[in-house]
Design a protein around this ligand. Structure first.
Ligand SMILES: Cc1cc2nc3c(=O)[nH]c(=O)nc-3n(C[C@H](O)[C@H](O)[C@H](O)COP(=O)(O)OP(=O)(O)OC[C@H]3O[C@@H](n4cnc5c(N)ncnc54)[C@H](O)[C@@H]3O)c2cc1C
Length: 478
C-alpha cells in the first residue's frame, strides 16, 4: 500500500517545482529534504552554490504552469543577456537572451512555498539513502529521519530531484535508460564567491551592470570559463569552472600546481573590478564549491515507478552549465507526468515515457549537439578561440549556436581561404565537423523514441557520435 501518490526527493529547484506541480494537479505528495524548512534548496554545507543566472524564458515557463510564483526580490537583477568574451578580451559574443541574476535562497523559498501552498507535505532533516525496489520497480525510498532512525516510505511514483550526486539514481537497478554515474570528464568543478563592490567600475570587459559576463580562457579556467555576474546593490557573483583533465594538462605544461581554489583567487586578482570589495556572506552563502554536469541529459529519464528531474539527470546545458532552467522545466514535466500516471494507474515505463518526450521536445533536443560543441571548445587553445571568435562565426551565428540551432556558417567558404596557420585550419575544420554533428544529433532527437522499444538503437547512435567527437577533439587547453 502506498503512503503517498508521489514522493519528491530533494526540495531544490527541480524538486520544489515538481512538488508544486503534482500538488496543483490534486495528487498527494511528500517532499523530502535533508535541510529543514528554514533552508529549502540549500545544496550543500556551502549554501546555495550557484552562479544564479537564469533566462527569462524559463521563468515564464514556470509562471505559465504554476502562476505568479516569484517575487521581485527572488528574481533579483534583470539582465539583458550573457556575453562570452574571447581570451584576449577583443571579442564578445552573446549567449541566450535576457534573464535574471537571482537571489538564490529567496528564489528557492518561493518555489518551496508554492509547493506547500499546493498541498505538498514536507519532511525536513530526512536523509534519503536509496530507492525501495520491488519486482524491478521503484516503490518508494528509504533513509534516515530526523531522529536518525531508518525509515521506508512508499509511493506510486518517486521523483528524483536529489541533485548531481543523487543516491536514488546511483542505486537504481542496472538499466539501459539512466547512467548511474556521470563520467568525471563530463563534470565541471566549480566554485564561486558573492562579493560586494561599489558598483561603479566602468570597463565592460570585466564587469557589466547589464550583462552576465563569461571569460573564456584556457589558462585561467582550463576546459571551462570564469564568470562575473552582476547582482543588485553593486554585488557580483564571481566564479570559475574547470574540467579536471584540462586542468591537469595545463598544470603539467606550465609546471604549476593550481587547483580550483587557487584559480578562482587568481581570476579575482586578474579582474580590476576587484580593488575594493568584500565578501557578502548573507545566509552564509558567500563562498561555495560544487560540481555541475556538462553532458547531455540522461538519454532516458524514467524507470518503472521513477522519474528523474534536474541535476540528478545531468540536465544542465553542456555549453553554459546553466542548470536552473532545465531543473525548472524538468520539475514541471515530472509533476505533470506523475499526476497523469497516478490517474491512469500506469506507473510503468510506458506510463511515464511521455516525460522523456515532453522534456526533449521542449528543451532537451539540442543538448547532445551542445555537448559536441563543448567538446570542440575544450580542444582549443586561447589563440584558436581568439582567432575563431574573430573570424569563424558572426554575431548572429553565435546566437543561433547558443540556442542549439545550427547556422549554415554562411561565411564558411570565404573564411576558409583566410584561415592562417595549421592550428587555425584544424580548428576551423573541426568547427565545420562539429556543426554537422550538431545538426545530425538535433535530427536524431527530433525523432526521439515514442516508446521504450525504439530506445536502444537511439541511444547507441547518440553515444557513437559523442564518442567520435571525444576521439576526434581531445582536450587540449594549451
Ligand atoms: C558554482 C555553480 C554555479 C552555477 N551557476 C549556474 C548559473 O549561473 N545558472 C544556472 O542556470 N545554473 C547554474 N548552476 C547549476 C544549478 O545550480 C543546478 O543545475 C541546479 O541547482 C539544479 O537544481 P536541482 O534541484 O536539480 O538540484 P539541487 O539544487 O542540487 O537540489 C538538490 C536538493 O536535494 C537535497 N538532497 C541532496 N541529497 C539528499 C539526500 N541524500 N537526502 C535528502 N535531500 C538531499 C539537497 O539538500 C537539495 O535541496 C551552477 C552550479 C554550480 C555548482
Amino acid at each position: 500500500m502506498a503512503d503517498y501518490d508521489v514522493i519528491v526527493a530533494g526540495a531544490g529547484v527541480s524538486g520544489a517545482t515538481a512538488a508544486a506541480m503534482t500538488g496543483k494537479l490534486g495528487k498527494s505528495v511528500l517532499l523530502l529534504d535533508r535541510n529543514s524548512a528554514l533552508e529549502p534548496g540549500k545544496k550543500t554545507v556551502w549554501g546555495w552554490v550557484c552562479g544564479d543566472a537564469v533566462a527569462q524564458s524559463h521563468i515564464s515557463f514556470v509562471q505559465k504552469n504554476l502562476g505568479n510564483t516569484f517575487s521581485e526580490s527572488a528574481l533579483g537583477l534583470k539582465v539583458d543577456g550573457v556575453m562570452a568574451l574571447s581570451p584576449d578580451l577583443g571579442y564578445k559574443l552573446p549567449f541566450e537572451g535576457e534573464g535574471y541574476s537571482l537571489e538564490r535562497p529567496v528564489f528557492a523559498k518561493s518555489l518551496f512555498d508554492e509547493a506547500i501552498k499546493n498541498g505538498a507535505e514536507f519532511r525536513g532533516k530526512f536523509s534519503v539513502e536509496g530507492p525501495l525496489i520491488e519486482d524491478n520497480k521503484v516503490v518508494g525510498v528509504f533513509g534516515k529521519n530526523e531522529k536518525g532512525e531508518e525509515e521506508k516510505i512508499r509511493a506510486k511514483i518517486t521523483i528524483d530531484s536529489l541533485g548531481i550526486a543523487s543516491l536514488l539514481r546511483r542505486k537504481l537497478p542496472e538499466n539501459q535508460y539512466i547512467d548511474k554515474e556521470i563520467d568525471y570528464e563530463d563534470l565541471e568543478l566549480t566554485g564561486r564567491f558573492i562579493y560586494k563592490t561599489d558598483g561603479s567600475f566602468g570597463d565592460q570587459r570585466y564587469y557589466d551592470k547589464k550583462n552576465a559576463l563569461i571569460h573564456l580562457n584556457q589558462q585561467m579556467a582550463p576546459g571551462g570559463y570564469g564568470w562575473v555576474f552582476p547582482k543588485t546593490g553593486g554585488r557580483v557573483n564571481v566564479g570559475l569552472g574547470v574540467q579536471h583533465k584540462s586542468l591537469e594538462m595545463r598544470n603539467k605544461k606550465l609546471g604549476t600546481n593550481d587547483n580550483l581554489k587557487s584559480l578562482i583567487e587568481k581570476y579575482v586578482k586578474w579582474n580590476p573590478l576587484f580593488k575594493n570589495y568584500q565578501l557578502d556572506n548573507s545566509d552564509k552563502n558567500g563562498e561555495g564549491y560544487w560540481s555541475v554536469s556538462v553532458r547531455r541529459q540522461m538519454e532516458g529519464m524514467v524507470y518503472p515507478g521513477y522519474i528523474g528531474a534536474g541535476d540528478s539527470m545531468a540536465s544542465a546545458n553542456p555549453l553554459s552549465a546553466g542548470g536552473i532552467g532545465p531543473a525548472l522545466i524538468g520539475g514541471i514535466f515530472a509533476g505533470k507526468t506523475a499526476a497523469i500516471a497516478v490517474e491512469s494507474g500506469n506507473n510503468g515505463l510506458e506510463g511515464l515515457w511521455n516525460y522523456n518526450v515532453d522534456y526533449v521536445n521542449h528543451y532537451g533536443k539540442s543538448m547532445a549537439g551542445m555537448e559536441v560543441f563543448r567538446i570542440f571548445l575544450q580542444s582549443l587553445t586561447n589563440e584558436d578561440i581568439d582567432y575563431g571568435m574573430k573570424s569563424f562565426i558572426t554575431y548572429e551565428e553565435a546566437v543561433e549556436i547558443t540556442y542549439g540551432r545550427i547556422p549554415e556558417l554562411s561565411l564558411t567558404k570565404k573564411v576558409a581561404k583566410l584561415v592562417k596557420g595549421v592550428g587555425a585550419l584544424k580548428a576551423f575544420k573541426n568547427l565545420l565537423w562539429t556543426t554537422q554533428r550538431m545538426k545530425e544529433l538535433n535530427g536524431i532527437y527530433a525523432d526521439y523514441p515514442k516508446s521504450p522499444g525504439e530506445f536502444p538503437q537511439f541511444k547507441k547512435t547518440v553515444i557513437s557520435i559523442i564518442d567520435e567527437a571525444k576521439a576526434r577533439m581531445p582536450a587540449g587547453p594549451i
